[in-house]
Write a protein of this length. Structure first.
Length: 600
């Protein structure tokens, strides 16, 4: 048992990790000083002890790292950057755009920004408020600011790294000076991000830095939280202990419940977090691609000091489905196909994006055949195979050392052949009990249960119900008395009511206070969750006025915007106010972290 397990411990898991990491780095004298510091706070002495001043504090500039993230990658890079900075003896403030007060930009001096792009050029949902302020009329002049932007994105989208580009342009428009040119990173962002970090740290290291006041720098610990033993770069080999369909016979879709054992890993997570899975490519697809290339599985090559066979590389290490602009450039060079060369033109970005979404690598290879392809050259045009993230459908409090997922395999037809998702197809078709897969925990601090017994409204469709199962498991295990309300949508009641028995049990026991369901294919006029929300508009608005937290999980293209608009309409109707005022009301829910979304 650790101190985090002791009865009455009021700290959250993340707070405990920070406390534990800090205390491990202190010597006895520092521990005694901190004990006196906290004793003073407890006695009502609320002014923190001033930190020692830097010898050059009089002319040094402050430094802030600001990140915006949807899946956690930008946050991880920001923490790595902070660690690299403090290792040189400098100090800095680390802040999430979701929590940062954008009016403070007027006081910033040096700002390092790491931000991902969501969908077609949008900022991460938690960072929406920050972008609205910066790009709005109230944004201050930033003549005093120096900045640098690291942008994350996916080159298969037309508006690649657009969120980072927007901030880069806007800061310049507001009068800020670039510390360094913006760097755009694809999904294999690790190497360019590391190079950017080293360059920025080296550049700033030659300048004097002041120590920010402790009260203004909650993220400026000299000893940042160290990474856990198992993470994205070093995943844990977890055993599959359950893998069953959870839809009824005759269902028009496939959904599975998959359980992993985390025994011996030390991995911890909270409801709302995700499990990253390092799946492998379909062996049939690998064989088909090798045949199309006229290459053998056993062909050996060297890449970055590693000796690999081509079959091993294409199965476990590289993305061989989605084509990228990098692969398009490579194949256009080899094939000299006019159709591909035309897509390289700068004014063809939209056409290029559509082509890449509708053609996998195999489709391009078959449509524009090339003789004599070299194994090493082909692999160099691919990007690394990325882990896939799935919302956790379990709570550690209810299922110790286990991680549960709700998986709907992605299946579709393209160019006359059947295709499936890399990870979802692997889990559905090739993973049997006792199989091991590399996994890690991806924290999602923007999708969290409230710390108190506040009411919660959970809105989701299909596999979007997964985190809500974790929410109720956790509240039940902790004996939480907060009210809960579920809006759930799927196709058919008889076959697709996911975890029906569990919801009904929680409803009977009073753990779940209300449930409204929408099964779109059970009637001629299709009904979705947003329709059920409007039917219950009066009660739903009453819950909001009582302080309820609203969660949305599921499809980003349809569910999320439809539910968002329904919330605005409900507020406008029930509060008898204008559409603009209702938008402000919903925006305030987001700012107060009472309206959180996990959409994909």
């Amino acid at each position: 048992m650790t101190a985090a397990d002791l009865p009455g411990n009021p700290l959250t898991l993340e707070q405990w990790r920070q406390v534990d990491a800090l205390t491990r780095s202190l010597d006895p004298l520092q521990v005694r000083w901190l004990s006196g510091y906290f004793a003073g706070l407890d006695a009502g002495l609320r002014q923190p002890h001033p930190l020692p001043a830097s010898p050059s504090a009089g002319n040094a500039r402050s430094l802030t790292i600001l990140y915006g993230t949807e899946t956690g990658n930008a946050a991880d890079l920001a923490r790595n950057l902070q660690s690299a900075i403090v290792d040189t003896g400098m100090t800095c403030t680390l802040a999430d755009m979701a929590d940062y007060k954008p009016r403070n930009l007027a006081q910033e001096q040096d700002l390092l920004v790491i931000v991902s792009t969501y969908g077609e050029g949008d900022p991460p949902q938690p960072a929406t408020g920050f972008f609205e302020f910066v790009e709005g009329r109230k944004a201050p002049k930033l003549d005093q600011l120096r900045f640098a932007v690291l942008a994350l994105g996916d080159s298969t989208y037309e508006f690649y790294c657009e969120a980072g580009k927007r901030l880069d342009r806007r800061f310049e428009d507001l009068g800020a000076e670039r510390l360094a040119p913006r760097v755009d990173c694809d999904v294999d962002y690790e190497e360019p991000a590391e190079a950017w970090t080293k360059a920025i740290v080296a550049q700033l290291g030659a300048e004097p830095r002041s120590l920010p006041a402790a009260a203004d720098a909650p993220g400026s610990l000299r000893n940042p939280v160290p990474p856990v033993a198992y993470d994205k770069r070093n995943p844990f080999q977890a055993t599959v202990i359950e893998n069953i369909p959870i839809v009824g016979r005759g269902s028009s879709k496939e959904t599975r419940h998959v359980e992993f054992s985390l025994a011996g890993s030390g991995l911890l997570y909270e409801p709302g977090d995700a499990l990253g899975i390092g799946a492998s490519n379909d062996p049939v697809l690998v064989a088909t691609l090798l045949e199309a290339l006229a290459l053998t599985s056993g062909a050996e090559f060297e890449l970055k000091g590693r000796h690999l066979t081509l079959g091993e590389a294409l199965t476990h290490h590289y993305e061989i489905t989605a084509a990228t602009p990098r692969f398009l450039d490579y194949w256009a060079m080899l094939s000299e196909a006019d159709a591909l060369k035309q897509l390289q033109d700068s004014d063809r970005a939209g056409e290029r994006s559509v082509f890449l979404r509708t053609h996998h690598i195999l489709d391009i290879v078959l449509r524009f055949p090339v003789r004599g392809v070299m194994a090493q050259g082909f692999v160099s045009a691919l990007r690394p195979l990325q882990p896939r993230l799935y919302s956790l459908a379990s709570s550690l409090a209810a299922a110790p050392e286990e991680a549960h997922l709700t998986v709907a395999p992605l299946r579709y037809s393209l160019h006359g052949s059947e295709r499936s998702g890399v990870a979802s197809g692997c889990l559905a078709d090739r993973v049997e009990l006792d199989t091991t897969l590399p996994v890690y925990i991806q924290s999602n601090p923007h999708f969290r249960l409230p710390g108190d017994d506040a009411p919660i409204v959970m809105i989701g469709a299909g596999t979007g119900v997964a985190p809500y199962r974790a929410f109720l498991q956790d509240r039940e295990a902790r004996g939480c008395g907060g009210k809960s309300w579920l809006f759930f949508g799927e196709r058919n009641f008889r076959t697709d009511f996911l975890y029906q028995t569990e919801w009904q049990t929680w409803l009977k026991e009073g753990r779940l206070d209300q449930i409204d369901v929408a099964f779109s294919r059970d009637r001629a006029d299709k009904v979705y969750v947003q329709h059920r929300m409007k039917e219950r508009a009066r009660d739903l608005f009453a819950w909001l006025e009582e302080g309820a937290h609203v969660y949305v999980c599921g499809d980003a293209a349809n569910l999320a915007p439809d539910v968002h608009q329904a919330l605005i309409d409900i507020v406008a109707s029930e509060a008898h106010t204008s559409h603009e005022a209702a938008e402000d009301y919903v925006r305030s829910l987001q700012a107060d972290h009472r309206y959180q979304r996990d959409v994909y």
